[in-house]
Design a protein around this ligand. Structure first.
Ligand SMILES: [Zn+2]
Ligand SMILES: [Zn+2]
Length: 335
């Protein structure tokens, strides 16, 4: 089969690799695979644990070719939760399988998805409704990231999201679904700001052209936001988030930061702010995201900027790295 293999940093080739052996698991023909910020980090050689040579891709949906598990049959349409936990370690037993000590993910102990075929155990597959496209199915993974990141949002909250790329935009959409009374999103890219405005986000701020903290605090009613989601790794975001957060509010950190940050922590003490990290999702978060996508309670179709053939992966990664306008680019490995 063909696969997009990252051979050395910044060099991807679409090459023939051996067909995978499904054993007792499920063999999928991949139909849509999203590219994400962490694929870009891996491509650039900065990812903390995904290192070349590796097949990229972890946001995927496909069609069952054959199944060693009676829960699935040939022709079933599914999305993949790309995290395999051991269910035996102390972290799994404590109800945090996403923090499993022995977790395997695509690119670490498990193949990546940017290939014609992919093998997964039945327990991480989620059926897609008949009228839901594979492209929508491949969005369940980033929606699950946004769902977990906004788990602190309550009805009536004011929410700020710093960074309006795919994950930030989805976190904003999910916050509104959770009943936020107002959502502000900041992003330096005009393309992303226009997209957010088109999606009904009322307050979209360019943090270069305006003073994000004063605009935000005023818009929140003067006391700051109940929840601030940091979805950009830009070094200024952490200080801005602490300034935008109300007393006893929550700052949620999503990105992989490029290095150590220096930040004034006095606002954390003086306002009793909670700073919380968020990494991937639990199976319950993934199931919630699958419900949102399968019912179109959250319509993810506008978030998909382009779907391109597998052979274009090398150019597409270069273009995204060069700053091309896009929100979510997906690959169709059958093309
Ligand atoms: Zn991702
Ligand atoms: Zn475990």
């Amino acid at each position: 089969m063909k696969a997009a293999v990252l051979e050395t940093p910044r060099h991807v080739s679409v090459v023939e690799v051996p067909d995978p052996d499904a054993g007792d698991d499920v063999l999928l023909r991949m139909r849509a695979v999203g590219l994400c910020g962490s694929d870009l980090h891996t491509w650039a050689g900065h990812h903390p644990f995904r290192k070349p040579p590796v097949v990229l891709g972890h946001e995927g949906a496909g069609e069952v070719v054959s199944s060693g598990d009676p829960r699935f049959r040939a022709g079933d349409r599914v999305a993949v939760m790309p995290a395999l936990s051991c269910w035996e370690c102390t972290r799994c037993e404590a109800g945090n399988p996403h923090l499993c000590r022995h977790k395997r993910v695509p690119g670490l102990g498990w193949a990546g998805m940017l290939s014609e075929y992919f093998v997964a155990p039945a327990r991480v597959l989620v059926p897609l409704h008949d009228d839901i496209g594979f492209d929508e199915g491949a969005m369940i993974e980033p929606v699950a990231v946004g769902w977990r990141a906004t788990s602190g949002v309550r009805a009536g909250d004011a929410v700020a999201v710093l960074g309006g790329g795919a994950i930030g935009s989805l976190a904003a959409a999910v916050s509104r679904h959770r009943g936020a009374r107002m959502v502000m999103v900041s992003d330096v890219k005009q393309h992303n700001r226009e997209f957010l405005a088109s999606q009904g986000v009322k307050l979209v701020v360019d943090p270069i052209a305006s003073d994000l903290v004063s605009v935000g605090v005023e818009a929140s009613g003067g006391d700051g936001f109940d929840v601030v989601v940091v979805a950009s790794g830009h070094p200024s975001c952490l200080a801005e988030a602490l300034a935008l957060c109300r007393p006893r509010g929550q700052v949620l950190l999503l990105p992989m930061f490029g290095g150590a940050l220096s930040v004034d922590l006095n606002p954390v003490v003086l306002k009793e702010v909670t700073v919380q990290g968020s990494t991937i999702y639990t199976p319950a978060d993934f199931a919630a995201a699958a419900r949102l996508v399968n019912t179109r309670a959250l319509d993810v179709r506008p978030f998909i900027s382009a779907v391109v053939p597998l052979g274009q992966v090398p150019e597409v990664l270069l273009a995204i790295d060069a700053g091309a306008d896009h929100l979510k680019t997906q690959i169709d490995p059958t093309r």
